[in-house]
Design a protein. Sequence first.
Length: 86
Amino acid sequence: MFSSNYQLSSELYDRHVELIDAVSVSEMDETFDRSLLRAGVRREILEAAKESCEFEELMESVKRELTSIIARMDMADKIDSARTAA
C-alpha cells in the first residue's frame, strides 16, 4: 500500500524517522537489563556483553524494526480514521 504511493511512502519514512528518534536505546537497555538481572545474569556479564559491537548493532536493529512496524500501523490507522471521518 505505502510503496505504490510516493506521498504515503514519504510520510511513512518521516514518521519512522520520528519514532526512531523518539525511542532511546538507553531506555530499552534499562528494561532489558532489569529483566536479565532478575533472571540471574550477573551485572558484570551484562556490562561486558553491552560493550560488544554486536550488542549495539543488534539493539539499533531491533529499534529500527520495531519502530518500522509501529510506523506502518500508525499510518494505516490515520488513513482509516480519515476515511471514517469523511
